[in-house]
Design a protein around this ligand. Structure first.
Ligand code: 5AD
Ligand code: FES
Length: 354
C-alpha cells in the first residue's frame, strides 16, 4: 500500500512539473502495477485530449528498401541475416504508394528503409522533390538512418520536413550491447542534434524490454527525451526475431510499453506519440490500448503488398497481408471502437499549429 502511495505521489508530481529525477522515474518504472498504470493513464489520456482532443493522426509508412549495411543485433533486416529476402522500390513505385495514400486521406508520408547505400544522395533528393512537387500539401518524413550533417541538409533543402531516428537507448553501455562495434552511441546522438539544428521536426524513441535493459536505463531514456525535446517519440516492445543473435531473448511486455507511453505523455505533454505496429503485434488490441495510454498517432503501411512480408524487423509483424486501403479502414474502425477519430491533415505537433 505504501509503495502504491509513493507511485501515486510521483505520478501527481510528474503531472504538475512535467519532470522527475532519474531515481523517481526509476522508482515508478520498477514499481509499475495495474493500479499505478490505471492512475497514470487517466492523467496521460486527459493531457493528450487537452492538446489533441480525440484526434488520431495517421502517417503512411513506405518501407522502400530492406537492404541494410548495418548489423544491429536485434533487427531482422540486419546484413548478416541471409534468410531475409531483399527488395528495393523504384522512385516510380514509391510515388505510386504516395498517390494511393493520398487518395486514402494520408497527408504525411514516411519513407523508411535499412541503411542502403544503393540510393545515392542525388536519387534521394530527386525522390524527395518529386513527392513534394506532386503533393505540396503533405509532410514528408525520412527514416533512413545515420547520415552526415551535409546529407541531412541536402534532404531538408529538397523538401523533407521530418526525420525519425530512434536513439534506441540513452545509456552508452547498453547501446554497445545492442549494436556491433562500428556503431557508436555518440554518433547516434550527434545525428539527432544535427537534425534538430538543420530544422527538421525530429522523432526519436527506443525499444521497451530490449535485452539487458534495466529500469534505470528507461529512466535515462526519459531524461534524454526531456533534454532533446523531440516532436515525436516512437516506442514499442522489443520482439525477438528468429534469425538474429537475440532470437532466444524475451520480448518486452505490453504493460511496460503502455506505462512508458503514459510517462512520456506527462513528461512531454504535446508530443506526437505513435501507437506502434510492434505494440499491435504483441497484443491484438495493443494499438488501441496505446491510444488510451496517451498516444495520438498511428502509422499504417502503404508499401505494396508484394514486399510487406519482407520488411520483418521482428517476428509475426502484423498487417503484412493487407492492402493499404484495408489497413486504413481497419485502423479507422479500431480507433472509432474506442471513441477516437482519424483526421485527414498533416498532423503537426501542437506547437506548430497556428
Ligand atoms: N523488435 C522491436 N523493434 C525493433 N526495431 C528493430 N528491430 C526490432 C525488434 N526486433 C525497431 C528499432 C528501429 C525501428 C525502425 O524498429 O527501434 O529503430
Ligand atoms: Fe493493417 Fe489493420 S492496420 S490490417
Amino acid at each position: 500500500m505504501i509503495k502504491i502511495n509513493k507511485s501515486f505521489f510521483l505520478i501527481d508530481k510528474l503531472e504538475q512539473d512535467n519532470s522527475l529525477t532519474l531515481s523517481e522515474y526509476e522508482y515508478l518504472i520498477s514499481n509499475q502495477s495495474e493500479e499505478t498504470s490505471e492512475y497514470l493513464f487517466e492523467k496521460s489520456r486527459a493531457l493528450r485530449e487537452k492538446y489533441y482532443k480525440k484526434d488520431v493522426y495517421i502517417r503512411g509508412l513506405i518501407e522502400f528498401s530492406n537492404y541494410c549495411k548495418n548489423d544491429c543485433l536485434y533487427c531482422g533486416i540486419r546484413r548478416s541475416n541471409k534468410n531475409a529476402e531483399r527488395y528495393r522500390l523504384t522512385a516510380d513505385e514509391i510515388l505510386e504508394c504516395c498517390s494511393d495514400g493520398y487518395q486514402l486521406g494520408f497527408r504525411t508520408f514516411v519513407l523508411q528503409s535499412g541503411e542502403d547505400p544503393y540510393y545515392t544522395d542525388d536519387m534521394l533528393v530527386s525522390i524527395i522533390s518529386s513527392i513534394k512537387n506532386s503533393f505540396p500539401d503533405c509532410a514528408l518524413t525520412l527514416s533512413i538512418g545515420e547520415k552526415t550533417y551535409e546529407q541531412y541538409k541536402a534532404y531538408f533543402d529538397a523538401g523533407a520536413d521530418r526525420y525519425l531516428l530512434r536513439h534506441e537507448t540513452a545509456n552508452k553501455e547498453h547501446y554497445d550491447k545492442l549494436h556491433p562495434d562500428n556503431l557508436s552511441h555518440d554518433n547516434r546522438l550527434q545525428c539527432l542534434y544535427n537534425l534538430k539544428e538543420i530544422g527538421y521536426q525530429v522523432g526519436t524513441g527506443f525499444m521497451v524490454g530490449s535485452p539487458y535493459q534495466t529500469a534505470k536505463n528507461l529512466a535515462q531514456d526519459m531524461l534524454f527525451l526531456k533534454e532533446l525535446q523531440p516532436h515525436m517519440i516512437g516506442i514499442g516492445p522489443f520482439i525477438s526475431h528468429k534469425d538474429t543473435p537475440f532470437s532466444q531473448e524475451q520480448s518486452g511486455t505490453m504493460e511496460q510499453t503502455l506505462f512508458m507511453i503514459g510517462l512520456i505523455r506527462l513528461t512531454l505533454p504535446q508530443a506526437l506519440i505513435p501507437a506502434t505496429t510492434a505494440l499491435g503485434t504483441i497484443h491484438p488490441r495493443g494499438r488501441e490500448k496505446g491510444i488510451l495510454a496517451g498516444a495520438n498517432v498511428v502509422m499504417p503501411n502503404l508499401s505494396p503488398t508484394s514486399v510487406r512480408k519482407k520488411y520483418m524487423l521482428y517476428d509475426n509483424k502484423i498487417c503484412t497481408g493487407d492492402e493499404s486501403a484495408q489497413c486504413r479502414l481497419c485502423l479507422q474502425r479500431r480507433m472509432e471502437s474506442i471513441g477516437y477519430r482519424i483526421v485527414v491533415n498533416k498532423g503537426d505537433h501542437a506547437s506548430l499549429v497556428k
